[in-house]
Design a protein around this ligand. Structure first.
Ligand SMILES: Nc1ncnc2c1ncn2[C@@H]1O[C@H](COP(=O)(O)OP(=O)(O)OP(=O)(O)O)[C@@H](O)[C@H]1O
Length: 421
């Protein structure tokens, strides 16, 4: 507070003093000013955070996905074969319109067993194993049922129907998991797939580390020659996708299903579908970083050569019986690691020939990586002289939680058959 005497002389008995209460003006001004500055800083931080999220790979080893390359206009869904009517405004009318297109695939719900065994929680909802009664009731067929999670809005229903039509559009290939039918006349919506009962390759590889007898008829041993055998089947599936101007985008042992005769089937076609309908890779789709090629990590347009890179990681997974890639690198440090031109060292269980193949997949520039066709013929040649006797062995057992942390993947994406043996 400041006091000011107003023209007083010494003889004055009374003198007027004016008090100026500056704090009444200054303190609120300072408070308002500080508040505005704080607000501006918060806004700036928020905008910067949003931009960083769009520009850089996501947190915890999982990346949003960049645009795609090499897709034709038609294959990108602008005239392709996935026709989910977008103009429908209610779920009921959408189901009515689409049921016609999916008529041949419809399976009456009463042909499905009510007993559902959940095997996974998938991207659209739970994934179950159940029985389908067609023809001979004594011989039901085991199928995998993907259910759209409820409650589902118009957008989710459109997306799920689109996924079913995508499988229909792809058609049959022995190394892709096959669509068996669907139930889409009313909610809840189901997609029915052939049951590849032995489950995913990653769980299989982990089980190969154990010296166990299993009841499922599958021999949990793997030789170098068998690694090439599985690898060639995966390449066949990728070539099939490439012929349709598609790529997989998430090639990894967890996305390969394996049968008792070592037939391999590529699954996890969600990203290929999204690229097919949108012509670009949606930022919402998350993919573990350690399997991604540098161009994907840098959010540049992606294509089949990104699958070639991931195929090299898949070879590493097989030959190490399911070790996490780059165990010494934190998932979020992978781009920096690759920018220093560092790749994984040759695992002790890996021959120089196989390591040569991996290294060719991990060339920084996409152009210098082999095409699927070249890779396929190199694998064929390598398989001729590969060891078919020595069983790959890794003494350490896998702790799935630790694996998930080192690999940079969520526990949800692990199928985890391993633990039930
Ligand atoms: N046909 C199948 N037979 C046996 N197991 C299957 C089958 N389909 C899926 N699974 C199991 O469910 C897991 C997840 O499958 P998938 O990746 O196809 O599901 P998703 O989450 O719906 O993926 P996407 O959205 O990429 O299609 C697989 O790793 C496997 O363990």
């Amino acid at each position: 507070m400041a006091r000011k005497l107003l023209e007083c002389s010494l003889s004055d008995k009374l003198c007027v003093v004016r008090e100026q209460q500056y704090e009444i003006i200054i303190i609120p001004t300072i408070l308002v000013g500080t508040f505005l500055i704080l607000l501006a800083v918060i806004l700036w931080l928020f905008i910067r955070g949003q931009r960083a999220q769009q520009q850089s790979p996501g947190l915890q080893g999982i990346a949003p996905v960049p645009p795609s390359r090499g897709l034709s206009w038609e294959a990108a869904g602008h005239g392709g074969s996935v026709f989910v009517p977008l103009k429908e405004t209610s779920v009921e009318s959408l189901l009515r319109t689409t049921t016609h297109a999916l008529a041949k695939l419809q399976v009456p719900r009463e042909q499905l067993s009510e007993v559902l065994e959940q095997i996974h929680s998938g991207s659209c909802g739970a994934i179950y194993r159940t029985k389908m009664y067609t023809g001979d009731p004594a011989k039901p067929k085991s199928v995998v049922l993907k259910a759209l999670k409820e409650p589902a809005g118009l957008h989710e229903v459109q997306d799920f129907l689109g996924r079913i039509q995508f499988y229909q559009h792809l058609g049959k290939h022995e190394n892709l998991v096959q669509l068996q039918g669907c139930c889409t006349e009313e909610l809840p919506l189901y997609m029915l797939l052939e049951d590849v009962a032995q489950g995913d390759l990653l769980s299989f590889l982990w089980t190969c580390r154990r010296d166990v007898m299993t009841m499922d008829g599958l021999l949990y041993d793997l030789t170098e020659k068998q690694v090439y055998h599985i690898g060639r089947q995966v390449l066949r599936a990728l070539e099939f996708l490439q012929d349709k101007h598609l790529f997989h985008g998430d090639v990894a042992a967890r996305n390969i299903l394996i049968q008792s005769d070592l037939t391999a089937k590529l699954c996890g076609l969600g990203l290929a579908y999204e690229v097919h309908v949108r012509g670009a890779i949606p930022a919402t789709h998350i993919v573990p970083l350690k399997w991604l090629a540098p161009e994907r990590l840098l959010l540049r347009p992606a294509g089949i050569k990104g699958d070639v890179w991931s195929f090299g990681i898949l070879l590493y997974e097989m030959v190490t019986l399911g070790a996490p890639p780059y165990p010494e690198v934190p998932p979020t440090g992978i781009l920096q690691h690759l920018q220093r031109r560092k790749i994984m060292k040759r695992p002790t269980s890996c021959t120089h020939t196989m390591y040569g193949l991996m290294k060719s997949c991990w060339r920084w520039s996409e152009e210098s990586r082999p095409s699927l066709k070249e890779l396929h013929s190199r694998l064929e040649i390598a398989a001729r002289t590969a060891n078919d006797k020595a069983v790959l062995q890794v003494p350490e057992l896998v702790v799935p939680e630790l694996y998930a942390a080192v690999a940079g993947i969520s526990m949800d994406s692990l199928s985890y058959n391993y633990s039930v043996l």
